[in-house]
Design a protein around this ligand. Structure first.
Ligand code: FES
Length: 102
């Protein structure tokens, strides 16, 4: 599956992903600039991304843990998600998102 990501400089990257990963793992492992300080435990909010509007409803809803971490993040928008909480699956092939500011 492929994921389309706009980095903080505005450059677009098309990443090949496998669907047993989280979105954060793919972004991190392909070397894009994402801190993901807690390693995916939903405890840091440094894996914050903006999901493109047309994909937002195709993701599983945020759970309470993700909501409360996002409350502590900066520049939160209505399409903000924590990428470590998004499990990739074939239905998300073509997912489009943008990295949030650090
Ligand atoms: S990596 Fe820490 S909350 Fe996602």
């Amino acid at each position: 599956m492929k994921i389309s990501i706009i980095d903080r400089e505005g450059n677009k990257h098309i990443l090949e992903a496998d669907n047993n990963s989280t979105l954060m793992e793919v972004i991190r492992d392909k070397g894009l600039d994402i801190e993901a300080a807690c390693g995916g435990c939903c405890a840091c909010a440094t894996c914050h991304v903006y999901i493109s509007d047309k994909w937002l409803n195709k993701l599983k809803q945020k759970d309470d843990e993700e909501e409360s971490m996002l409350d502590q993040a900066f520049d939160v928008k209505n399409n903000s998600r924590l990428s470590c909480q998004i499990e990739l699956s074939e239905e998300l092939d073509g997912l489009e998102l943008e990295l949030a500011p650090e």
